[in-house]
Write a protein that binds this ligand. Structure first.
Ligand code: BGC
Length: 426
């Protein structure tokens, strides 16, 4: 055996807006309708048409031997108008969750994954504290509704990425550039998580609830230069450190602000990590390490970063760790097998209490402003015909699930011929 996964369980992840298709009224459907916002002009209305192909997709999950599936709900479908819940949408998700259960697949359900209903967006979304009670009303409805089918929840996906892209860089909806607003958004999202955590536990005492935290490694370009070192530490605090403490422990440090409705405590049953890359910091500027192996989007592929992050999390946030996303844009499926092997090797070698690894993504999907071009899936998607085809990396994943690790034969077949840094697209 080239790699023994021990008790680590493998799953796959998706998000509602990125795979469902259809015309839900979300911030993203509105954004994609504006010319020039999405690089290839595509919209989430097509995506993987998963809304109409749920049963087919669950059959593919079963073929792959997947037992853990992270999926998202589309809030705008469930609550298309403020305070009005759509029984057809709830019935659809019930059908999906029941079918997953019947197939022996445990769902881990994300309640918010960058996707706001249009009515919330019009009212300033998360810049305003009123978003919190609106979110809690939706969470209460959903958790009560699916009490018999779901016990594992992610309240919010990557609040730091959402706040930064939407309110600092302004290239995600609503396209604003205000550091102050970004900090209010992060603060409100952290407060919303804590209150949702408490609410879910009041409904389901045995539930497992956490956040999918986007964590990066921030390294100084020149470790001997104090300016680079301070820059890296400051960016890490602003982007992820302050948020992790706020959401996990209700400890709000500047520039985040708390509220009298949240108190210090412990607000996670697992710490979720979405890991993709490292930031290479020069002064206050982040970039990509020169000469690094990169994926089709130019992101450095840095497997050891995952081991470093789980080590940090295990020290500061004791308890189970779930890798809630890890994956890569590889249109040719040329280096994904090696990517998988090296990241899983880094993970198992870390000896941190990592219980789950969810690969991003199950299928190719609509990648926000990058549109349909980057391909993160273990399953190939033909957007025109909606045909699905398991990629070689998908078969390798199945093989690892079957054997609890990577056999010598699997290594020779899939990993040995693949090298990192063979991106065909950039
Ligand atoms: C997000 C996903 C996204 C992935 C790849 C993560 O930041 O949660 O929605 O598709 O990265 O970019």
């Amino acid at each position: 055996m080239k790699l023994d996964l021990g008790s680590l369980e493998l799953g796959v992840a998706t998000a509602a807006t990125q795979i469902e298709g259809g015309d839900a009224d979300t911030n993203w459907h509105r954004w994609a309708a504006q010319p020039g916002r999405v690089k290839d002009g595509s919209s989430p209305a097509r995506a993987a048409d998963h809304w109409n192909r749920v049963d087919e997709d669950i059959a593919v999950l079963s073929d792959l031997g997947v037992r853990h599936y992270r999926m998202g709900l589309e809030w705008a479908r469930i609550e298309p108008e403020e305070g009005v819940f759509d029984s057809t949408a709830l019935a659809h998700y019930r059908h999906e969750l029941q079918a997953l259960r019947r197939a022996g697949i445990t769902p881990l359900v994300t309640l918010h994954h960058f996707n706001n209903p249009g009515w919330l967006e019009e009212r300033g979304a998360w810049t305003r504290p009123e978003a919190i009670p609106a979110f809690l009303r939706y969470v209460k409805r959903v958790v009560t509704e699916f009490d018999d089918l779901v016990t594992e929840w992610i309240t919010i996906n990557e609040p730091n990425v959402y706040a930064t892209q939407a309110y600092v860089f302004g290239d995600w909806p609503p396209g604003q550039k205000s550091m102050g607003r970004a900090m209010s958004v992060m603060s409100h999202l952290a407060q919303a998580h804590i209150r949702a955590y408490m609410m879910i536990h009041a409904i389901q005492p045995a539930a497992r609830v956490g956040v999918a935290n986007h964590l990066r490694v921030f390294d100084p370009a020149n470790p001997r230069n104090p300016v680079d070192r301070v820059g890296a530490a400051t960016l890490a605090h602003l982007f992820q450190g302050a948020m992790l403490d706020a959401m996990s422990y209700g400890r709000f440090r500047l520039p985040l602000t708390g509220s009298s409705s949240v108190r210090p405590g412990r607000y996670y049953d697992f710490c979720g990590i979405n890991y993709y890359t490292r930031s290479w910091v020069t002064g206050a500027q982040e970039g990509t390490r020169p000469g690094a192996d990169v994926n089709d989007l130019g992101w450095e592929i840095y497997p050891d970063g995952l081991a470093r992050l789980v080590g940090m999390v295990a020290r500061r946030y004791p308890g189970p760790i779930y890798i809630t996303e890890n994956g890569t844009a590889d249109g040719a499926d040329a280096f994904r097998p090696r990517y998988l092997f090296e990241h899983l090797r880094a993970l198992t070698g870390s000896h941190a209490p990592v219980e789950r690894y969810y690969h991003w993504c199950f299928t190719d999907n609509w990648e926000w402003i990058e549109g349909e071009r980057p391909r993160f899936g273990l399953v190939w998607l033909d957007y025109e015909t909606q045909e699905r085809r398991v990629k070689e990396s998908g078969w390798m994943y199945k093989d690892m699930i079957t054997h609890g690790g990577l056999t010598d034969e699997a290594y020779a077949r899939w990993v040995a011929p693949a090298s990192l840094g063979s991106s065909a697209l950039i």
